[in-house]
Design a protein around this ligand. Sequence first.
Ligand SMILES: *Cc1c(COP(=O)(O)O)cnc(C)c1O
Length: 422
Amino acid sequence: MTSQMQSTEMQVSDIGMLPGTSAQRSAPLSLQPQAVPTSALLGTYKQPAIDLVRGEGVCLFDAAGHRYLDFVSGISVNALGYGDAGLTAALHSAADGLVHTSNLYGTWPARRLADALVAHSFADKVFFCNSGAEANEAAFKFARRWARSLNGENAAKHEIIALRGSFHGRLFGTLAATDRPAYRLPFRPLAGGISIVERNIDDLALALDAETVAALILEPVQGEGGVRVLDAGFVRELRELTKDRHIALIFDEIQCGLARTGSLFAYEQLGVEPDMLTLAKPMAGGLPMGAVLLTDRIAAAIQPGDHATTFGGGPFVASVALHVLERLANKALLAQVRENGEWMGRELLEIGRRTGRIRAVRGVGYMWGADVRGSAGHVVSEALEAGLLLCTAGDYTVRLLPPLVATRDALAEGLAILERVL
Ligand SMILES: *Cc1c(COP(=O)(O)O)cnc(C)c1O
């Protein structure tokens, strides 16, 4: 597929005159979620509003039996929804086999999973780890190792560049590549040699210095940064620049990869191949797993001992991931995500027109952001009370990430709740 990513990006001027009236408010919201008990859990997250106990299809249920339509999917993780028979069978059969052996020994699920990822992608080699941030940190290390193998051990070619609006994780290295002052400032000094550059070709052409830069990392669709689909022409120019200057181009497809945009990998719709690609969120059906996909050119620089992880690619997670990959590479599923995704984008624009509460709509596939008037967090909590789970992407953007198995009817039900809430 070499066509441009079928994205929709509409500003208020495109939506036209927004009626000043707010949507008719339906009957008072009846759900009263029960308070979640406090505990010894460290408060890195806000006290959650609900405790979930069960899932079925695209719905989650709390202890009191309230039903929530899930447009979060565990933040792009639960692509197959809940209680999926195939996934449950894969989990059971994985539990009957080896769970962990360490990477000192070979196990077949990791080998087969690596081969399958290579068969489906640009890549020649795969490294497994346990999360998104770990995958990106591994990719940074591989890029520096490769750059030094080209230019000598003492060469200054080590800088890593990320884009304005990016999110690449919360560890020291990835935090330095994440463009959120509130996440970064309390933890300075962050890892050195990593900087953020504006999302335009002129600034990037200056910043991508052949002598000093080892890698450029970008999300083909920026997730946390507001659901921003990067322009295919822009990414193509970056591909040319990085190729000429021997800079590794890394696509972070941790959120947008594995069918979320309607192709197995988002890059397929850009008509551009990276040198490395990182995966995690939906990879192993909710079990923690990450991966770096690499070309032979980069992989040739990596020697035994250059990187390691105790749990990465263990037989239990890898055999579940094999099942998930087979399901997400399914052509009928991908076509459904593309078609329903386009429909969802059009519906969001219509909801914007009818309610006057949406300023802009962006997205592709089952990954959408709606810039709302007022606080996105407020819309998210009102939607929760009305039985729809949503999340934010920044202060003003409501993010929709339904499970990829959500039917048109389920999407319509969720959008109807969103409209009522707006
Ligand atoms: C979630 C995410 C990460 C970090 O993944 P973790 O598993 O939370 O470490 C990195 N990049 C992108 C684009 C993400 O959405």
